[in-house]
Write a protein that binds this ligand. Sequence first.
Ligand SMILES: [Zn+2]
Length: 446
Amino acid sequence: MSRDVNNKYWDKELETMPREELEKKQLEDLKEIVQFAYDHAPYYKRSFDAAGVKPSDIKTLKDIQKFPFIDKRTQRDTQGVGSFLGELCAVPEEDVVFISTSSGSTGVPTMSPFTKKDFDEFQETESRWFWQVGMRPSDRYVHALNFSLYVGGPDVIGAQNLGALCIWGGTLPSERLLYVLKTYQPTVIWTSPSYAWQLGEKALKSGIDPKKDLNIKKIIVAGELGGSIEATRHAIEELWGAEVYDFYGLSDIFGACAAMCEAKNGLHIAENHILVETVDIHTGEVLEPGQVGELVFTTLRKHARPLIRFRTGDIGWIDTTPCSCGRTHGRIHINGRKDDMFIVSAVNVFPSDIEAVIRDLHGITGEYLIRVFEKDFTCKYSVEIEKNSDNPASDDAVAAEVSAALKARIGVKPAQVVVHPDGGLNTRSEHKSKRIIDERNLSYDI
Ligand SMILES: [Zn+2]
């Protein structure tokens, strides 16, 4: 590896490219990929024709707005139709070297195919993110993500290409993972934020102080929102004595499409690969940068299965203003999944808003469970929390404090706050915690 370890950029020219130039490059790739999709993927031929649009309509980046959306349902409906990979796929199966699949937590798992070039560019992007958070060839890295079918699994190759010593941990039982951390003294780990928290707590309980006995300097988190919630990030940083960086991936595109830099103010998205739009969740109308809506991605360079105007189901906003790190690629801020949002008294509530409040309060453990339910045809929510064993306040006083803090931050107070003793909530599951129980019968159009 000939890169200068003191250079803060993996690819300075690309990462700090003036936006005008970056957008010129995006436009060239957009024209090419839309034409390629139209010529080779039966679905796009049909849907563009039905919408009365053609690839040559693209003269500027804004012209993408004329094209129809696709979403998860489009993927499911076209999968396996006409060929093994289906009608969104634009290359013959022999050109595909890798497929990942989504977890299927919201329906049938969908396959994401990669050509050799798609895969290499995916790993080049992952190397760039690792370098961005400070990983260097001298680092020892534990990739503690699921390797089975999951698109985040192969990201470890990006770290190897960077030159780090990589340990393919996967989803090890925590005792085994702690053994790895203690024995091999790795410096960087990637896991989910809730698991980073649980693992740190487990270490302490088994007599290992993550700050003193382990050598983790950086924790990469993804898969849940915690890494972008300041209070959660700080709590994990404090527990481990390490820096926490949030990554954002999408099973349909890359293991990580966006990553925090040292400024920790949003996540830089690889705009050389992804054209980002934000649209109104009701009308699909395109919003301006800075306005909150559903993120819509167009992949600019993936040929196995191009995604043209893919509605991600994630709510957030994009910031294209300059970042103090010098990178010119825009930053995305994610508020949550569209599916997780609920509306109470006309206020949009995201579980991440509730988490930010809970993690910021003293005297409680930070564990929580949200119940969303209906009463008198109105949507309500309640929150269950755990009181620290050394907190002398009464349960009623703690409940009142939590309720007032939620009202102040979110605008609507919970119907109830239930206080449990430390360890009373069964939310400490490994890797990805289930913290919302939706008991509503009616479907709500958001
Ligand atoms: Zn930055």
